[in-house]
Design a protein around this ligand. Structure first.
Ligand code: 13P
Length: 249
């Protein structure tokens, strides 16, 4: 039985004041969350504040990105060992906004995945197709290519210590959620592809859905056999909405 994970990706949002309010409200309601592990991924600079507020609580935290290198002359970057010092359990790698806005390739994403594991944290590897790709019916090829780049670099066993998030690009921030069956189909494809190489890794792997998950659609999504939780953008910025999703886990 795989545990449900609900992770909030705050993206480029928040301030010291708003984070204080948001996390206090999340902590006030977390006692009512029975099944899901709950995580938040703030912008880097807020990690020390988040760590201070969440330590000794059931809520864990992670980063939204990471450098593929551990140290050196890489101006502006933040490394996995640094994130580990601030107690991060998870690191999101290969989010579609990194891939499309910042041009990050499958291979580069795979190196970030490797850097995260080297430092002892769990990557949340994001995969997903664009609207154009879905309309061309190449969703499975796209997701397979994104997955295979990581398996080629790290081996299938590396997926034991990782989470995959299927986020169809057309569903992110648009209000157009994939239907539970559309999401389930791709989740099952991902699990089967990994099972073909290692059935036990595939069976234990948490595969999250992301893309316009809200309090009113989370339960139906999470009830699908291969959907093990969610990666939540907009709705993770409001405690009431985020907690409603966590309770659906
Ligand atoms: P929304 O929940 O705002 O659609 O964002 C999803 C996402 O990109 C999470 O990483």
């Amino acid at each position: 039985m795989r545990q449900t994970l609900v992770a909030g990706n705050w993206k480029l949002n928040g301030s010291l004041a708003s984070i204080d309010g948001l996390l206090k409200a999340v902590l006030a309601g977390i006692g009512e969350v029975d099944n899901a592990e709950v995580a938040v991924c703030p912008p880097y600079v807020y990690l020390p504040t988040v760590q201070t507020m969440l330590k000794n609580s059931p809520v864990v935290w992670g980063a939204q990105d990471v450098c593929d290198e551990d140290s050196g002359a890489y101006t502006g970057e933040v490394s996995a060992p640094m994130l580990n010092e601030f107690g991060c359990k998870y690191v999101i790698v290969g989010h579609s906004e990194r891939r499309s806005i910042y041009g990050e390739s499958d291979e580069f994403t795979a190196r970030k995945f490797a850097a995260t594991r080297r430092a002892g944290m769990k990557p949340i590897l994001c995969v997903g197709e664009s609207l154009e790709e879905r309309e061309k019916a190449v969703t499975e090829q796209v997701v397979a290519r994104q997955l295979d780049a990581v398996i080629a670099l790290e081996g299938v066993a590396a997926l034991t210590d990782c989470v995959i998030a299927y986020e169809p690009v057309w569903a992110i921030g648009t209000g157009m959620t994939a239907s539970p069956q559309q999401a389930q189909d791709v989740h099952a494809f991902i699990r089967q592809r990994i099972a073909a190489q290692d059935a036990s890794v595939a069976d234990k792997l948490q595969i999250l859905y992301g893309g316009s998950v809200k309090g009113n659609n989370a339960a139906e999504l999470f009830a699908k056999p291969d959907i093990d939780g969610g990666l939540i953008g907009g709705a993770s910025l409001q405690a009431e909405d985020f907690l409603a999703i966590c309770k659906a886990g």
